[in-house]
Ligand binder design. Structure first.
Ligand code: GLN
Length: 196
């Protein structure tokens, strides 16, 4: 099972390690044609404005839309969530709109630009405590009717899913815990069974 990690900018390297530890084969993606034989895609954290500029330069948008339309799962963390959201504010910018959520960039306040927290999550199995690392994180301000909230922190949704699109405001790749990556790998595995 091959899972791509968009490697234009940001912390893609740690995602590849986490995916490998889950038993998947991670592939760094730097050109749209490299999506062709992949089963899933991770869009890592970074600076969404910079990633957008590079996505534009390489003409990634239609390729990712096609990937999604083919039923292949996509997981966006932090800047990746911003890129996948339907609406982006503060400031507003183009986004793929593949999940019906509204996000506000850098919305956790100055003094808490980066922080850690714990949450209890039930991701496909028994409830487990997971560590949440937020780095200048976006806040999910709106959850559309077709979107399922998977993890909350202080009353806010911080991980959500709509069909094959999974998003997290935090950085699971910065902890040793594989719960979140395992959940995504499971999503990829079941999507693969549906569309051989
Ligand atoms: N603040 C960044 C942005 O707005 C996201 C930060 C991150 O991915 N850690 O794009």
């Amino acid at each position: 099972m091959k899972i791509g990690v968009l490697a234009l900018q940001g912390d893609f390297a740690l995602h590849t390690q986490a995916l490998e530890r889950c038993g998947a084969e991670p592939v760094l993606v730097r050109k749209p044609e490299e999506l062709a034989d992949l089963d899933g895609l991770v869009i890592p954290g970074g600076e969404s404005t910079t990633v957008l500029r590079l996505m534009d330069a390489w003409n990634f948008v239609p390729a990712i839309e096609k990937f999604h339309a083919a039923g292949k799962p996509i997981f966006g963390t932090c800047a990746g969530l911003i890129l996948l959201a339907r609406d982006v504010s503060s400031p507003s910018q183009f986004s793929l709109g593949l999940i019906d959520v509204g996000v506000e960039r850098n919305a956790y306040g100055r003094q808490r630009e980066s922080f850690e927290a714990l949450a209890t999550a039930t991701l496909g199995g028994t409830p487990a405590q997971i560590e949440l690392v937020f780095i200048r994180a976006p806040r999910i301000r709106r959850i559309g009717p077709g979107v399922q909230t998977l993890v909350t922190h202080a009353g806010d949704p911080v991980m959500a899913q709509q069909g094959t699109v999974l998003v997290a405001a935090f950085h699971p790749e910065l902890t040793a815990d594989l719960t979140v990556h395992r959940y995504f790998c499971e999503l990829v595995r079941s999507a693969r069974q549906r569309t051989p």
